[in-house]
Write a new protein. Structure first.
Length: 443
C-alpha cells in the first residue's frame, strides 16, 4: 500500500502541469518546491515534508504555521508559494544600456483527494501566478527572453491569473488520465536545464525547447494520458486547445481554431552506470496561422504572415550525470543537450540546438548550491524571417551563452548571479552582455 501511495503521490507533480511532456518534475534535480510531491528515482521520499525548525534551516520562510501546514499536508493539501526577483541589465551592446527590476510570484496548491475526501487516485493542482516590474526584452534585442519567468504569464499585465486547474486520475500504478487548464512550462523535462526559469537557467532557451512554442500555447484547456514506469511518465499524450487562454477560463473558445496534439516519450538511461534520460517528442496543430502573435516566451512583432493551415515541431533532449553523490541521492552534475526542427512556414525558428553542463556545486561545503553553463543556437526560417525583417530590420541566426551560480543562502532562499552573452538575430544590434541577480524565496 505504501509503495502504491508513493507512486500516486508522484502523479500530481509529474502530471500537474503537463502539456509538452511529463507535467511536473519527478526525478529531476529540482522541483517547483521541496514539497511538490517529487521523489528521487533511487530513494524513497519522506511521508510528509518538514516545515518546522529554525528559520535558517527550514524549507519555507513562514515555517509550519503553528502545526497547521503539517496538518494540511497530512490531509493531502500542500500549499506552496514563492517569489522570484530579478535585477538585470545590459552592460554592453544590445538595443539600450538599461537595468530593470522585475519579479514573478507563484501560488500552488496540490491536493491528494484520497487523503482529503477518500477519492482514491484523484489529484487536483491549482496554480495562480503573476509578474511585475519591467521587462528586459526590448533592451537586449533578442528573440528569446533572457529571463522568461519575469514575463510570464502575460507580458503586459501585472494581474494574477489562474494558469492551472488540473485534475489527474490514476487508474493504476502505470496509467493515469488528466484534464483541465494547464500550463506548458513544465514540459520538455531536463535534469539540468529546466526549473521554470527560477531554479536553474533564466533564459527560455534552457528552460524548454523554443522550437515548440509556436504550436503549443502557454496556458490553455486540454486532456491526455500518461503511461508510467516506477512513478515516471515514459509516454505522455496531450490534446490541447491551440490558443492561449491565460486570461480566461478558455471554455468559450475551446477548439474554435482547431486542436493541438503533443506526444512525448522519456526513458531512463544508465550509460557508464550513471543515471540519465533521453526524450523524444512531437507537436502538431491544425490551427490556421495568419500572424505572428504576441507570446511572452518569444519576442516577435505582431505582423501578418502568409495564411497557413497547421504547424508541427519535433524535438529531442537528453541529460546525463557524469558524477553523482552517494550521500545525497539526486545530487551530482552532468551534461545536457537539446535539438529540434519545426515547420518553417509558420515558425520563425526552423531549427534549434543547445548544449551545456550543470548540477550541484563541487565546492566543499557548498554542495547544495547549483551551477550551469549553456550555449544555444537558433536557426531562423527563410520563409518567416523576411516578414520579421519588415519590422526589425535585417535578421539572421542567433546564439547565446548563459552562466549561473545558484547560492543557497538558506533552504528557502537562493541568490543567483547570472551572466549572458547574446548575439541577437537582429543584424543591426550588437552582441549584448547581460548581467544580473536573481533571488528566489519560498514561503
Amino acid at each position: 500500500m505504501d509503495r502504491r501511495r508513493t507512486y500516486l503521490r508522484s502523479l500530481l507533480a509529474l502530471l500537474g502541469a503537463a502539456c509538452l511532456s511529463q507535467a511536473g518534475s519527478a526525478q529531476t534535480l529540482y522541483c517547483d518546491s521541496p514539497s511538490c510531491g517529487c521523489e528521487a528515482a533511487h530513494a524513497p521520499a519522506p511521508a510528509l515534508p518538514e516545515f518546522g525548525g529554525c528559520w535558517c534551516s527550514r524549507t519555507k520562510l513562514t515555517g509550519d504555521w503553528h502545526g497547521a501546514r503539517t496538518a494540511l499536508a497530512a490531509n493531502g493539501v500542500l500549499v506552496d508559494a514563492d517569489s522570484t526577483l530579478f535585477y538585470t541589465g545590459v552592460t554592453s551592446g544590445g538595443v539600450s544600456r538599461d537595468f530593470a527590476f522585475a519579479g514573478h510570484n507563484d501560488y500552488v496548491v496540490n491536493m491528494d483527494m484520497d487523503k482529503l475526501a477518500g477519492r482514491k487516485g484523484l489529484f487536483v493542482k491549482l496554480r495562480a501566478e503573476h509578474r511585475y516590474g519591467q521587462s528586459l526584452v526590448e533592451s537586449v534585442g533578442a528573440l528569446l527572453p533572457t529571463a522568461v519567468s519575469a514575463d510570464l504569464p502575460v507580458a503586459d499585465s501585472e494581474n494574477v491569473y489562474l494558469t492551472n486547474v488540473l485534475f489527474t486520475q490514476a487508474l493504476s500504478e502505470s496509467f493515469a488520465v488528466f484534464a483541465g487548464k494547464m500550463d506548458t512550462l513544465d514540459g520538455d523535462l531536463n535534469a539540468f536545464a529546466h526549473g521554470r526559469g527560477k531554479k536553474q537557467f533564466s533564459n527560455v532557451a534552457f528552460v524548454a525547447t523554443p522550437i515548440a512554442l509556436r504550436s503549443v500555447p502557454y496556458s490553455t484547456l486540454g486532456a491526455g494520458f500518461a503511461i508510467l514506469d516506477e512513478g515516471e511518465p515514459i509516454l505522455t499524450y496531450t490534446i490541447l486547445n491551440p490558443t492561449d487562454t491565460t486570461k480566461t477560463s478558455g471554455f468559450d473558445e475551446l477548439f474554435e481554431e482547431g486542436v493541438t496534439m503533443v506526444l512525448e516519450g522519456r526513458v531512463r538511461t544508465n550509460f557508464f552506470n550513471l543515471p540519465g534520460h533521453q526524450l523524444l517528442a512531437g507537436t502538431w496543430s491544425s490551427r490556421e496561422y495568419i500572424a505572428l502573435g504576441q507570446d511572452p516566451r518569444i519576442a516577435l512583432p505582431n505582423v501578418p504572415i502568409q495564411r497557413q493551415d497547421g504547424s508541427w515541431s519535433l524535438y529531442w533532449n537528453f541529460d546525463q550525470y557524469l558524477v553523482t553523490d552517494p550521500q545525497h541521492p539526486g545530487w551530482g552534475w552532468g551534461v545536457f543537450g537539446r535539438a529540434g526542427i519545426a515547420d518553417k512556414d509558420t515558425n520563425p525558428i526552423e531549427w534549434f540546438l543547445s548544449f551545456g553542463i550543470g548540477g550541484n556545486s563541487t565546492i566543499c561545503g557548498r554542495e547544495a548550491d547549483t551551477f550551469g553553463v549553456g550555449w544555444y543556437y537558433t536557426g531562423l526560417s527563410d520563409r518567416v524571417g523576411p516578414i520579421i525583417q519588415t519590422v526589425l530590420g535585417p535578421i539572421s541566426d542567433g546564439q547565446g551563452v548563459e552562466l549561473f551560480y545558484n547560492y543557497e543562502v538558506t533552504p528557502w532562499m537562493h541568490l543567483t548571479p547570472d551572466l549572458q552573452i547574446i548575439e541577437p538575430a537582429r543584424d543591426n544590434v550588437d552582441t549584448a552582455v547581460v548581467m544580473g541577480l536573481r533571488l528566489n524565496m519560498a514561503y
